[in-house]
Design a protein around this ligand. Structure first.
Ligand code: PCA
Length: 216
């Protein structure tokens, strides 16, 4: 059995929903073969979000960590390529934190690449007729902070999990009620994109394992 930790965020910036949480909750209803999916609902709080995620990673030792978040204004589902070592919050988080130009880890590396199969994930989502593209910036708000912090802990503590971040556009309901000219996707598309991301990530792990067995 493979263990996969799926994280999603609560609503923020005055929104009533967060597409990441809406999609993540649907994953609990799906049966992924040979995979246990654990869901973590994170607060939009600079400190608590990271603490909660790291505690879960250290205690349940997942093989894969997929982090999800909302990126309002994006047209496409965006598997992120890289996390950078900077906190520069455009708006305050739900706890009122708004750091500017601060390193996430003082003296730490500039960045970390995602270790999820982002090309394969993106291609499979597009093949399902859902708009997706690799993104080269996760921003400098809490999603980037979580992504960086998780990659750093996995690396420094030798936890061995594959991990990465996927940003999701607004849901139609969000855009239609507040920002009619801003892009959005259907709930079905967002749920299916996340399902595909899990499926592709788990199967790439199985392939890695098969290659390692052949090499031995
Ligand atoms: N998106 C924000 C933080 C929480 C979320 O869902 C971001 O992109 O940083």
């Amino acid at each position: 059995m493979k263990k996969l930790l799926l994280t999603a965020f609560e609503p923020f910036a005055g929104e009533l929903v967060n597409p990441s949480l809406e999609a993540a909750r649907q994953m609990e209803r799906i049966d992924f073969p040979d995979t246990v999916v654990q869901l973590a609902e994170l607060p939009v709080d600079r400190y608590r979000a990271v603490e909660m995620a790291l505690e879960l990673i250290r205690s349940s030792k997942p093989d894969i960590v997929i982090m999800l978040g909302e990126a309002g204004g994006r047209y496409r589902v965006s598997p992120e390529r890289v996390a950078i070592n900077v906190d520069d919050f455009r708006i305050a988080d739900n706890a009122g934190n708004q750091p500017k130009d601060e390193p996430i880890v003082e003296g730490g590396p500039v960045g970390y690449f995602s270790t999820l199969p982002i090309r394969a994930i993106t291609d499979r989502i597009v093949k399902a007729h859902i708009p997706a593209a690799i993104s080269n910036s996760a921003g400098s708000y809490l999603c980037n902070r979580l992504f960086f912090s998780v990659m750093h802990a996995i690396t420094v503590e030798g936890l061995g999990a594959k991990a990465g971040f996927i940003h999701l556009p607004y849901l139609h309901d969000q855009a239609m009620s507040k920002y009619p000219d801003v892009p959005s996707l259907s709930r079905e598309s967002i749920v299916e994109a996340v399902r595909i991301a899990i499926e592709v990530s788990v199967s790439s792990l199985a392939q890695d394992g098969a290659c390692a067995a052949v090499e031995k």
